[in-house]
Design a protein around this ligand. Sequence first.
Ligand SMILES: [Zn+2]
Ligand SMILES: [Zn+2]
Length: 98
Amino acid sequence: MTFVFGEAQLEGIGSIVSTKRLENEFYGGAPDKHLLMERLLKEATHEFGHTFNLYHCFIPGCVMNSSTYVENIDEKSIRFCRECETQIQKDDTRIIKD
Ligand SMILES: [Zn+2]
Ligand SMILES: [Zn+2]
């Protein structure tokens, strides 16, 4: 890999996302703050999912789909598919309830 959009510790506490390659300007396009925010939220949710022990998911549209190109981020939704959501709920011992 020559770059990443983000990285996370699987079932860990740390994750990081970079906005550099999420910006339209990086690809020679016009600035689009709304699109940048949408991409950032998707990637942050994705990395957060890894910290909940989720691996990459192949169900179309799931936020846990792997993204090689920024277009892949635009194609997926911000939501976890039903299977990923179920797995997070099983692992809810890590969710602070108070
Ligand atoms: Zn990932
Ligand atoms: Zn999924």
